[in-house]
Design a protein around this ligand. Structure first.
Ligand SMILES: [Cu+2]
Length: 311
């Protein structure tokens, strides 16, 4: 059983991977493991939530021994997960510590886009009420937006429904998919290749900022029979994603992460760039369940990982 669900990742992995990733995966070391999001810290009643982020240039590790010359929020790609509850008043502060123009467009906000950039060389400050629950993108709003997102300026915002998620407690996992354009130089450093960015031809497609982050040595552990709730964001910047877990039919998917847009009994959902979704499922037996972008060229370029189900 275990072997069959590994198909395409384990023994046969060599033939399904981008040749560079194949080599790099062998070199790959210890490193970062599983990033779970505990959604528990959200208050029971409407509250004020303040998020202060810093725009900064930084070379960030993206797994497989590679580094990416990025523009970031808080030195991370993707930026930190922002969490609020429907009805909260959200205050956004962006401090620009770089010599580039930056801004921040939180897509959960229904306000004039003029707020998102302001003077892009200075701090950006605005507030909004999180009226609609869902999984939203936030991203840089300075032009050209395409370039700023391709360089790493994006992250996920989760707005929990006022009454909590309809199907109750679950193991929460957040996954941000994104594209990297450019191949590494002799120092294993990737400088974004603008012509590939414009052509929408990425060299790598990542989950949570790393190539094959959740491989066989670093799976995301889940429990047999326990509801898993995946907060999924396709940060793009340009290609669609089709989130799929091998051996799983999602009991519920919320398009955009909004319970008002619920679907049931689907094996995947196409998520446009800049959009999010919530995927819920349970597994009935132990094993390794591969999750992937079912656009197989994206899987080949790094968008794959393992849920390891234990009793
Ligand atoms: Cu920017």
């Amino acid at each position: 059983m275990r072997r069959s669900v590994l198909c395409g990742y384990g023994v046969e992995a060599a033939s399904t991977l981008h040749p560079f990733i194949r080599i790099a995966a062998r070199m790959m070391m210890a490193g970062a493991i599983v990033a779970f999001v505990a959604a528990g810290a959200v208050p029971a009643h409407a509250a004020d939530k303040t998020f202060t982020l810093h725009a900064q240039s930084k070379d960030v590790p993206i797994g497989a021994g590679l580094t990416f010359r990025a523009w970031t929020y808080d030195g991370e790609v993707p930026g930190p997960v922002l969490q609020a509850r429907q009805g909260d008043t959200v205050h956004v502060h962006l401090i620009n510590r770089s010599s580039e123009a930056h801004g921040i467009d939180v897509q959960a906000a229904q306000i004039s886009p003029e707020h998102f950039v302001g003077d892009p060389m200075k701090s950006v400050n605005y507030s909004f009420r999180a009226e609609v629950p869902g999984v939203f993108s936030y991203h840089c709003a300075a032009n050209p937006i395409l370039q700023h997102i391709a360089l790493g300026m994006y992250g996920m915002m989760i707005v929990e429904p006022r009454g909590g998620w309809p199907n109750g407690p679950a193991q929460d996992v957040s996954i941000v998919q994104s594209e990297i354009y450019g191949l590494p130089n002799g120092q294993h450093l990737i400088i974004s290749d603008q012509s590939k960015v414009v052509a929408a031809q990425p060299d790598f497609v990542l989950f949570n900022g790393d190539i094959n982050k959740y491989d066989l040595e670093h799976p995301i552990q889940i429990k047999v029979g326990k509801l898993v709730r995946v907060f999924f964001l396709n940060a793009g910047p340009s290609l669609s994603a089709a989130f799929h877990v091998s051996g799983v039919i999602f009991s519920t998917i919320y398009k955009g992460g909004n319970p008002a847009d619920a679907m049931h009994g689907l094996s995947m959902l196409e998520v446009p760039p800049g959009s999010g979704a919530v995927f819920e499922f349970r597994v009935t037996e132990p094993g390794d369940y591969q999750f992937t972008d079912s656009n197989r060229a994206h899987e080949y370029k790094g968008a794959m990982g393992i849920f390891r189900a234990v009793p």
